[in-house]
Design a protein around this ligand. Structure first.
Ligand code: TMP
Length: 203
């Protein structure tokens, strides 16, 4: 691929996506390949302010407000993505699929509304590849129990995360060539190798 790709890491809480994105950024650093790493919600200075608001344990927004805040955070990242698109490898910890998985499949917000706003925000931005990290209930709970601080979205019922993960799988089934499913119940080192070998093909 001559143009630098946009690569997204998706998955529910405790699925290991953040470890993998960090491992990939270390790899790119070592190889002296220019890249930009963002996370959603958050990323840019303004988007990080919105992240704090959404995930604060004292917040109790309704599902539509949550949707609009996630999209507001995305809107603050779009300019940065546009500026770097094709020039640097762009790694994003969660993006559009998270909104469909959490707000639509998890919370029941209309897919149509999500798609319309995402379409408006993204314009010509297209994700080239997504690593979808999948984890079973036992490992998810074990990993969440090790976190020092749990945010508002770390505290939903198991059933919610199960709906969200099924949502991610449905999304990836629509375009299987653009996804690699990572079985995060397996050994971390094996998965790291698998992801890096795919990254080598992508960049
Ligand atoms: P993080 O802890 O992986 O950074 O993600 C924060 C939470 O935000 C996570 O529970 C997923 C949720 N989220 C949504 O519900 N919708 C979205 O569009 C995004 C980007 C994240």
């Amino acid at each position: 691929m001559s143009k630098k790709p946009i690569i997204v890491f998706e998955g529910i809480e405790g699925s290991g996506k953040t470890s993998h994105i960090n491992n990939v950024s270390n790899y790119l650093k070592k190889k002296k390949i220019k890249f930009l790493k963002l996370r959603e919600p958050g990323g840019s200075v303004n988007a990080e302010k919105i992240r704090k608001l959404i995930l604060n344990n004292k917040s109790n927004f309704n599902k539509n407000t949550d949707l609009l805040l996630y999209l507001a955070s995305r809107s603050e990242n779009i300019e940065i993505i546009k500026k770097n698109m094709g020039i640097k490898v762009i790694l994003i910890d969660r993006f559009v699929d998270s909104t469909i998985a959490y707000q639509h499949y998890g919370m029941g917000v209309s897919m149509k509304i999500i798609n319309i706003i995402n379409h408006l925000l993204l314009g010509k931005i297209k994700v080239n590849f997504t690593f979808l990290n999948l984890v079973d209930k036992k490992n998810m709970l074990q990993r969440l129990s090790k976190r020092k601080k749990l945010n508002r979205y770390d505290k939903f019922k198991n059933l919610f995360y199960s709906r969200v993960q099924k949502g991610f799988i449905k999304i990836s089934n629509k375009n299987p060539k653009k996804y690699l499913r990572i079985n995060s119940n397996l050994d971390l080192t094996i998965n790291k190798k698998l992801i890096i070998s795919k990254i080598k093909q992508l960049i």
